[in-house]
Ligand binder design. Structure first.
Ligand code: TAP
Length: 488
């Protein structure tokens, strides 16, 4: 066994480096954004809290069916009278303007995202917000070139798009949905997740600042019933959903037999596969990024590590050493690697599935650290001695928990990697290009990363097979999904 020097003890203590909250102006209460204005809903309201402190941040309107109906009517009016008639070059100007404002207000968006979601500021600042702006820039570029995109002779928008998104990348999921929809000439009614509505509401302000015509973007906040009202509304032409497989199946049942088009981006249980010829330190960074990025709240997280048996001990030892250097705590501290779990409910689920792992006989190892007393926290954790039948190897934990399995041959790696109801992503670590290509051909996953993990780009289509959903977001396929006839 390779001896790895013990460097888990830090050489020096980091001083706190908190990002200032003063740049954000969180209002005590928020209405719904309908027809270009913030309006009171007919329904009740709910509180959004900071998952790192449990502090109540704001009271947010909960849209009922009547509110959703008003939003869909506003979107229909804007579609018929303005947006579908506007030349693509004019729509592009609005999208470019929105992209530039996102860049200008990037720090504000990043701080607000970290406060409401619990993710570290270095992720919201360096990954989420720049990728959000990049999506708007990318699709702005397509708005006046639809006739030349190879998507048919006269591609036409669907009309009103109803969009429902989850809490793990609130602003980024909004961008994946809103930017291609508007570029293609649709108008939208979007519901952010109940626990993370604030950046979508700040985005609504950005739409006002960009002078976007009223009704082109409508944001209705609420819980599952609000999402259900959007999906079931008879005047919604296209449904785009990102979230759990369970809710995705319910949505597929709701739209079955209607003329609605639908794309579903659902869960995953990705294999991150490390061969014995992989550069070990790079692979360890990739494993850490694969499962601990965004607290493991990532649909495409590399939550199953498949490591070749003859290097398993070395990889695990180095992985544990690297994990011991991860810094967990205040999401607004620029040194923080791991932030808070998004909600008490999600924390409960992570704890329950981890206890199932213990009960099934897997061996738990977690980073020894003091967890803050307030808020929702779970330490980075790995389970070894995991078999394919274990629930922690089959079910999405959606938290910082890695299940480790081993393999001997490439064929065994492929069999184990594909032995899942999901098919969203996979990672391969090897020095041999031919092996990487062979693996990519045999892995049943929408995205396969080679010697890297969790890399996102607006030009690159993203989506799954099997219970990970259908349709693609990003790139030209992501645009085609919002155009009649082009998504077939
Ligand atoms: P869900 O519980 O499915 O929620 C997703 C969204 O749907 C939320 O806005 C939710 O509202 C809403 N919703 C709940 N019930 C609904 C219903 N019956 N009809 C319509 N909308 C409904 O998922 P989540 O817990 O937020 O997110 C985690 C899941 O999302 C994971 O499984 C993850 O893998 C998946 N995910 C997938 C991707 C891609 S690209 N494939 C990306 C990110 C996340 P409330 O939350 O407000 O109640």
């Amino acid at each position: 066994m390779v001896k790895v020097p013990d460097t888990a003890t830090p050489f020096f203590e980091y001083a706190p480096a908190p990002e200032s909250r003063s740049i954000v102006d969180i209002k005590p209460s928020y209405g719904l954004f309908v027809d270009g204005e913030f309006v009171d809903g007919h329904g009740r309201s709910f509180k959004t809290i900071s998952p790192s402190t449990e502090e109540v941040l704001a009271e947010v309107a909960e849209a009922d069916e009547a509110d959703v109906d008003l939003a869909v009517k506003a979107a229909r009016r804007a579609y018929t009278r303005v947006w579908s008639r506007m030349p693509g070059s004019e729509r592009a100007k609005y999208l470019f303007r929105i992209a530039r404002i996102i860049q200008e207000r990037g720090r504000e968006l990043a701080v607000l995202e970290s406060i409401d979601n619990g993710k570290p500021i270095k992720e919201s600042r360096d990954v989420d917000v720049p990728t959000v702006a990049a999506h708007f820039f990318y699709y702005a570029g397509w708005a006046d070139k639809l006739d030349h995109a190879g998507l048919g002779a006269d591609p036409r928008p669907h009309g009103v798009a109803g969009q429902v998104i989850p809490w793990n990348f609130p602003l980024l999921m909004l961008a994946w949905k809103v930017a291609p929809a508007l570029a293609a000439g649709n108008t939208v009614v979007l519901k952010p997740a109940e626990t993370t509505p604030l950046t979508a509401l700040l985005f609504a302000e950005i739409c006002q600042q960009a002078d976007l015509p009223p009704g082109v973007v409508n944001i209705v906040t609420g819980a599952g019933a609000t999402g259900q009202a959007i999906v079931a509304h008879p005047d919604v032409d296209k449904v785009a959903f990102t979230g759990s497989t369970e809710v995705g199946k319910a949505i597929a049942r709701t739209v079955a037999g209607t003329r609605k088009k639908v794309t579903l981006e659902l869960g995953g249980k990705a294999a991150n596969i490390v061969f014995d010829d992989a550069p070990v330190d790079q692979a360890v960074e990739g494993i850490v990024n694969g499962i601990f990025f965004n607290q493991g709240h990532v649909c495409c997280a590399g939550s199953r590590l498949l490591v070749q048996e003859n290097v398993a001990d070395e990889v695990l030892e180095r992985l544990k050493r690297r994990m011991s250097t991860l810094r967990m705590g205040d999401p607004l501290d620029k040194n923080t690697d791991i932030g808070a779990i998004n909600s008490g409910e999600q924390l409960k689920r992570i704890r329950e599935l981890s206890e199932v792992g213990d009960a099934e006989g897997a061996e738990r190892w977690e980073v020894a650290c003091d967890l803050p007393t307030k808020g929702f926290w779970f330490p980075p954790t790995i389970f070894t001695g995991v078999s394919q039948a274990h629930r922690i190897a089959r079910e999405e934990i959606f938290g910082p928990v890695l299940s480790v399995l081993t393999f001997r041959t490439p064929h065994e790696a492929v069999e184990k990697a594909n032995n899942t109801p999901y098919g969203l992503s996979a990672g391969v670590w090897s020095d041999k290009g031919s092996r990487i290509l062979w693996m990519a051909n045999h892995l049943r996953a929408g995205v396969v990363w080679a010697n890297t993990f969790n890399k996102f780009d607006p030009t690159s289509p993203f989506g799954g097979y099997k219970e990970s959903g259908y349709g693609r977001e990003g790139g030209l396929p992501g645009l085609a999904a919002y155009l009649k006839g082009a998504d077939a």
